[in-house]
Design a protein around this ligand. Structure first.
Ligand code: SF4
Length: 306
């Protein structure tokens, strides 16, 4: 089991070492836009999924080799489902000379213990896609035992209790959460929160459901003007990244596309493997039946077969 991926040049964080503390696609949501496909394990029970010492040892070792700007909890599902997250954040802060970030869908922030556990992180990026229960059910397709109002109140409480950087991510899907009335409702929730910025995103990778359509940059820009002044549109990262890995191209590419669909350009940016090496490796992986090619918004994405 490998608990790390990257470092990848993240759109938001710079060079970020991903930490994946969940079995594949264990999540409290089954978002229509999810780049990982349908949620195979829709769960709200928190557990220690793996030996935490093993996760710690691997992250400390890879961070020492690669010197990332952030160690980031994200990956195969909702990281706060792992009940070791608080212990891991504290150990990372002691042992690794970089910042710690948590990307969360906000679904467990109604639990005081979850809020306490992630407070030592330097940065928390909670999602706020839906301002009404109706949109939430359609867009995020949550576990049936979750309560929308409790989640929103938990998110608001967390934002007001937390002292670190808080960037609220809103992912917009055409026709679902972009109508003007819904944007106004999002604003009403944001007005009760403390945050450093709002980040607008859209469907930039092949989604779980083909019906989940992206907004254009112009549409995002128009909506950003209706949101708080700190709102920014996050666009795909363009700079070349660096990567340190002992694996060969084929294994590294396969490990990367198993976590998220990638273009040849993404592979070059995040793994440092140029197209002339990535393409033959991808062809071989597809010929072995381990990956497939799909088209999204006119771009070719490679994703691992499940
Ligand atoms: S987008 Fe995130 S929160 Fe939504 S289903 Fe995928 S992993 Fe879960």
């Amino acid at each position: 089991m490998s608990y790390t991926y990257g470092p990848v040049p993240s759109r938001r964080l710079g060079l970020s070492l991903g930490v994946d503390v969940l079995p594949y696609k264990t999540c409290s949501f089954d978002c229509v836009y999810c780049q990982l496909g349908r949620t195979s394990n829709l769960a709200i029970e928190r557990k220690s999924f793996f030996p935490r010492e093993g996760i710690l040892a691997e992250v400390v070792k890879v961070a020492a080799q690669t010197n990332p700007a952030y160690v980031t909890f994200s990956g195969s599902g909702e990281p706060t489902l792992n009940s070791d997250i608080g212990w891991l954040i504290r150990r990372f802060k002691e042992k690794i000379n970089c910042k710690v970030a948590v990307l969360t869908n906000s679904s467990l922030l109604w639990m005081p213990e979850v809020r306490e556990e992630i407070k030592p992180a330097d940065l928390v990026v909670p999602s706020l896609d839906a301002a009404t229960e109706e949109v939430w059910k359609k867009l995020n397709r949550p576990h049936t035992d979750l309560d929308f109002s409790k989640i929103i109140e938990g998110l608001i409480d967390f934002s007001n209790e937390y002292a670190g950087q808080l960037w609220v991510e809103i992912l917009l899907v055409k026709g679902m959460n972009d109508p003007a009335e819904h944007v106004k409702a999002l604003n009403r929730i944001l007005a009760r929160m403390r945050f450093d910025k709002v980040q607008l995103n859209t469907v930039v990778r092949p989604p779980s459901e083909e019906s989940a359509l992206a907004l254009s940059y112009e549409e995002l820009r128009a909506i950003s003007k209706e949101l708080p002044v700190s709102t920014e549109i996050i666009v795909p990262y363009r700079k070349k990244g660096k990567q340190v890995s002992a694996h060969g191209d084929r294994e590294r590419i396969l490990a990367a596309i198993a976590r998220r669909p990638m273009t040849v350009k993404h592979i070059e940016q995040s793994l440092g493997i140029p197209p002339e090496r990535a393409k033959p490796a991808l062809e071989a992986i597809i010929a072995e039946g381990k990956a497939k090619l799909s088209i999204h918004e006119g771009e070719e994405f490679y994703e691992a077969m499940r």
